[in-house]
Design a protein around this ligand. Structure first.
Ligand SMILES: *Cc1c(COP(=O)(O)O)cnc(C)c1O
Length: 384
């Protein structure tokens, strides 16, 4: 690629960060399965010394993910949680964080069970109206951590509005962009300082890798995060990096299909008598639809719905699909169905959970890229 030229998303997904292998011309970045690199004399090497710090397969992937988010730097981690962990390690005891009250369960667990005991304070708030954030800011506030769309009720947070508040109060503003993927939403363009991804989901896209990433522009912040990355060591291996490089080459194609299928399934569910409520940001009466429309290129394939019936009926439906698989996770080519109350959100106390809309009758779908007729047919027979 010509580094002075601006390319479209699909071209970047396929080519950004990729160079033919210098020794053979191989078009695909090799899996550099090595822990160390030989030096000519002490300190003289080709930019690679020890693979925790830097590995060529991972370096190619990091450049690629950075390009997809229109950013300068990328850092890949051995899981999404590893990436979140590195961001919180920018802080020190006494610092405070403002974040949403329907956060990814793993982030909530890490914040409350790992970092709160170490002296970092977290405020969990309803971010539906970003203006409320101001009420939680004090002299110790350092970080604003936002997820949008949220999991599993698909609430939308206004990224540009959050960014303005963060800038006015000198906060680091980080966005967990896992649910949207860089194809649908680019928070850095809207003023975020750090974008985090669970690469495990849409970026990898094939349910075969656990990985995380951070993407950012600021030189100083990058220097510190790269230091934490290497010092704490949650770095992914070259085989996983290769699988994600391969996965990302079809990200734009997969996302188009996820969106098309998602839209059809959202409307199908909404018109079904066994369904009480459907959560999908593409509906015009979704509370923040206008913000979703402004900051996202499409509405994605994540949909949640409430079954009109009792818990036994919900369990029956959840276990009678033939194409949708009952499993945690999301973002892969295969359609998944999840029962948040007993699966992804089981660690959140029932009362807290229900306040956020995660009732016992809620089912979450990660709509895959299969044929839409088969997916609708499958839901139809399960709901009947
Ligand atoms: C899965 C997920 C994570 C955690 O990522 P892992 O790769 O599972 O460690 C964080 N945030 C969101 C929104 C997720 O869906």
């Amino acid at each position: 690629m010509d580094s002075n030229k601006k390319y479209g998303f699909g071209t970047k997904a396929i080519h950004a960060g990729m160079e033919p292998d210098p020794s053979t011309g191989a078009i695909m970045t090799p899996i550099y399965q090595t822990s160390t690199f030989v030096q000519e004399y002490p300190g003289k090497h080709k930019g690679y010394a020890y693979a925790r710090g830097k590995n060529p397969t991972r370096a190619a992937l990091e450049k690629n993910i950075a390009a997809l988010e229109n950013a300068k730097y990328g850092l890949c981690f051995s899981s999404g949680m590893g990436a979140v962990d590195a961001v919180i390690k920018l802080l020190k005891p006494g610092d405070e964080v403002i974040t949403g009250n329907d956060l990814y369960g793993g982030s909530y667990r890490m914040f409350t069970k790992v970092f709160e005991p170490l002296g970092i304070k977290f405020h969990f708030m309803d971010m539906h109206d970003a203006g409320n954030i101001k009420n939680y800011i004090n002299a110790n506030t350092r970080l604003l951590w936002v997820e949008t769309p949220t999991n599993p009720t698909m609430q939308i947070v206004d990224i540009a509005a959050c960014s303005a508040i963060a800038k006015a109060h000198n906060l680091i503003f980080a966005v967990d962009n896992t649910f949207a993927s860089p194809y649908l939403q680019n928070p850095i363009d809207l003023g975020a300082d750090i974008v985090m991804h669970s690469v495990t989901k849409y970026l990898g896209g094939h349910s075969d890798v656990i990985m995380g990433a951070l993407v950012l522009n600021d030189d100083k912040l990058y220097e510190r995060l790269a230091f934490i990355h290497n010092s704490c060591g949650a770095t992914p291996g070259p085989m996983d990096s290769f699988l994600v490089i391969r996965g990302i080459k079809t990200l734009h194609l997969r996302m188009q299909r996820h969106c098309e299928n998602g839209e059809k399934i959202a409307h199908f569910l909404r018109s079904h008598p066994k369904v009480e409520k459907v959560y999908w940001p593409g509906f015009e009466d979704h509370p923040n639809h206008h913000i979703a429309k402004k900051q996202m290129k499409g509405f994605g394939g994540m949909i949640s719905f409430v079954v009109n019936g009792n818990i036994n009926e919900t369990f029956r439906i959840a276990s009678s699909t033939k194409v949708f698989s009952l499993a945690e996770s999301l973002g892969g080519v295969e359609s998944l169905l999840n029962h948040p109350a007993t699966m992804t959100h089981a660690s959140i106390p029932k009362e807290e959970r229900e306040k956020a809309g995660v009732v016992d009758n809620l089912i979450r779908l990660s709509v895959g890229t299969e044929d839409i007729e088969d997916l609708i047919e499958d839901l139809k027979q399960a709901l009947n």
